[in-house]
Write a protein that binds this ligand. Structure first.
Ligand SMILES: [Zn+2]
Length: 349
């Protein structure tokens, strides 16, 4: 069980400050010490914004995954870097991201980099602050890798998933060993494609991935319909995913609700019978800034379906695709809205 009723949290990512984006395009001009300093400074910006908003749980904003060499694929052997974009013109969207070609056996001899990120976050955040890390699940990671390479035995996405599964599993164990208390295992591809794939197979993949750390850390997952460049890619209904997804071995299940105008909100009651339910109450795709009153109204609506000690509130998705001024204001209003309901229901202290 979480530490307080009506908890406020976030999904991993946070917008990069302008200087970080600029610097990440000119990395060859920085020395290793400059880079280390930049990574600390970038994480500090995300930490400070989240602390100022008053969140119960914070992340490092994924600020240090700032270029390909620092992202998960950069840690994998056996794939070619720098995939070519299949569509270079037209509106920005997920179909502009190329797939990494397989050139050998997939392995991650140095892990996926999240332990270093966690250690940085712990070093920079105030003592006692609840911290969360996010790690991509193997099915989602497999989506950016091209199967059917003529010289290698990876005929389809599921075979690549099975190859990545022990790599992600080991990363989770390393995080637990490092003292990380809370991890969101992100499998947005499962929620995006659950309407046409075998959801029982998804649950089996997820549960095998997290098995060694169940009970060792608070495990969360985020059922997302996509937010690359602020666009969805999935069929934005939860009905096809349930009841199978109630079998996911997590302590907290996050559902995006705000951008879907709270369609299927009643499903949080079913989730709350099994685990904590995190409700996406901030629309990260919209520049309409939710007011504290609106947030408080939505919190009250959620309380019609699920008890306070099971409820968590967060934005619909990571905030990386939302301008920082809007992200900051949205988080502040979210926390204030939730606090109002905490006060009126006598849940403070
Ligand atoms: Zn998301």
């Amino acid at each position: 069980m979480k530490e307080k009723p009506l908890r406020t949290s976030v999904i991993g990512s946070y917008p990069f400050p302008g200087w970080l984006e600029f610097a990440s395009r000119n990395l060859d001009q920085f020395g290793s010490a400059d880079l280390a300093e930049m990574q600390d400074d970038a994480a500090m910006v995300a930490i400070q914004d989240q602390l100022r908003a008053g969140l119960d749980v914070i992340t490092d904003g994924e600020q240090t995954r700032l270029d390909f060499n620092l992202s998960f694929y950069g840690y994998l052997n056996g794939i070619a870097l720098e995939p070519a974009s299949p569509r270079r013109f037209g509106p920005p969207a997920h179909d502009q991201r190329g797939k990494h070609e397989i050139v050998g056996r997939i392995a991650a001899p140095r892990g996926l980099g999240t332990v270093g990120e966690y250690e940085r976050l712990r070093r920079l955040a105030p003592a006692g602050q609840r911290l969360k890390m996010s790690v991509p699940g193997p099915y989602t990671m497999s989506g950016r890798i091209q199967p059917k390479h003529p010289r290698h035995r990876y005929p389809d996405r599921y075979v690549i998933t099975e190859e990545l599964l022990p790599i992600v599993q080991k990363e989770l164990v390393r995080l637990a060993d490092a003292g990380c208390e809370e991890v969101c295992v992100d499998e947005p591809s499962m929620s995006c494609y659950g309407h046409r794939e075998d959801t029982k197979r998804f649950v089996d993949i997820f549960n095998r991935t997290v098995e060694p750390v169940v009970g060792r850390m608070r495990l969360c997952t985020h059922l997302c319909f996509g937010n690359y460049k602020g666009h969805a890619v999935g069929y934005r209904r939860y009905a096809p995913l349930f009841p199978d997804f109630l079998e996911l071995k997590v302590d907290e299940l996050h559902l995006e609700m705000a951008s879907r105008e709270y369609a299927e909100l009643e499903i949080i009651g079913k989730v709350a019978e099994r685990m904590d339910v995190a409700v996406g109450i901030i629309d990260v795709k919209s520049y309409f800034i939710e007011t504290p009153e609106l947030v408080a109204d939505k919190v009250r609506a959620c309380l019609e379906f699920a008890p306070a000690d099971r409820l968590v509130f967060a934005p619909d998705c990571g905030l990386s695709q939302t301008a920082r001024w809007a992200a900051r204001q949205k988080l502040e209003n979210m926390v204030e809205g939730v606090r109002r309901v905490r006060r009126e229901r006598g849940l403070d202290g």
